[in-house]
Write a protein that binds this ligand. Structure first.
Ligand SMILES: NC(=O)c1ccc[n+]([C@@H]2O[C@H](COP(=O)([O-])OP(=O)(O)OC[C@H]3O[C@@H](n4cnc5c(N)ncnc54)[C@H](O)[C@@H]3O)[C@@H](O)[C@H]2O)c1
Length: 275
């Protein structure tokens, strides 16, 4: 096979958790562009159906959208059953879903501060971002291990490598204890996902399952000018990422192009973690 051919995903079935979200749709798009079949698992039924229709219309991909809550083992098993009924296999799993706290627009900007951080929020964030990735890997990975192997890609973050610089989130006119912060769960989930990646990669290497992580930096998505200015000051390339800039890296990681790579974390952050 020539080198470009290794990026093809013809006939490959790829489950994407959080497949209806900002990045999930991009992952689905590049999989469809490469000839694969994206299967969306999400709890946002409408956004998921819209994405599935787009995949069919633009790429003639037989995209399947299934209502799966990744915090619920029964729901995941049911999702697996539906995928196997239609396609009889799963080649790729992208653990992408996570609570991604929006830092703007809260009536109480201090909700995320460590001293105030609510226990039920801790549990919710861990349960989607970390437990959800574990459960999906357990269920789908076990299926892959019993059959023909596969590829798992975990979506981490630059904040899985470095701590958030809380000065980026500060707002003028607020006292110290009122200042918004990136919540602790985001760091814990993203560092944990990288640990899960290494564990699974070594655990299932002999079953021909490759497991890698990608650590994207922040994406332009309508953030305030003040926030963007502070953040890009900390990024050597001097900007945030455009929404489509991770697609080629995701394709690399879920295709044979990365055949000799497992247990790695591909950091793609405009150089932020170098500083
Ligand atoms: N957007 C960024 O700037 C950025 C940067 C680095 C890393 N990331 C990571 O990329 C991934 C995707 O981020 P995004 O910006 O697309 O987020 P998003 O909020 O747009 O999408 C997340 C999706 O997950 C779904 N979801 C939530 N709970 C679920 C559950 N229990 N079961 C199934 N689906 C569930 C949501 O409905 C949503 O569609 C996340 O892991 C995020 O941490 C994002």
């Amino acid at each position: 096979m020539n080198t470009l051919g290794k990026f093809r995903l013809d006939g490959k079935i790829a489950v994407i958790t959080g497949g209806a979200g900002l990045l999930g749709v991009k992952h689905a798009t590049v999989i469809a562009e490469a000839g694969g079949i994206p299967v969306l698992w999400d709890v946002n039924e409408k956004a998921m159906q819209d994405c599935a229709k787009k995949m069919k219309r633009q790429y003639d991909a037989d995209c399947l959208a299934i209502d799966v809550d990744i915090t619920n083992l029964g729901s995941i098993r049911n999702g697996l059953k539906k995928v196997l009924k239609k396609f009889n296999k799963i080649d790729v799993l992208i653990n992408n879903a996570a609570n991604n706290p929006k830092m703007d627009g809260k009536s109480n900007p201090a909700w995320g501060r460590l001293e105030n951080f609510a226990f039920d929020l801790w549990q919710k964030d861990i349960s989607v971002g970390l437990t959800g990735a574990f459960l999906c890997s357990q269920v789908i990975g076990s299926h892959m291990a019993e059959h023909n192997g596969g590829i798992i890609l975990n979506v981490a973050s630059d904040l899985g490598v470095i701590a958030p610089d809380q000065r980026v989130y500060q707002r003028k006119g607020l006292r110290d204890y009122e200042q918004p912060v990136k919540p602790v769960t985001y760091s814990v989930v993203k560092h944990g996902i990288i640990g899960l990646t290494k564990y699974l990669a070594t655990y299932w290497a002999h079953k021909s399952i490759r497991v890698n992580a990608i650590s994207p930096g922040g994406i332009y998505a309508g953030q305030s000018i003040e926030f963007v200015r502070k953040l890009i000051d900390r990024i050597p390339l001097g900007r945030m990422a455009n929404q489509d800039e991770y697609m080629a890296a995701v394709l690399f990681l879920v295709s044979d192009a990365s055949a000799y790579m497992t247990g790695s974390n591909l950091v793609m952050d405009g150089g932020r973690t170098c500083w």
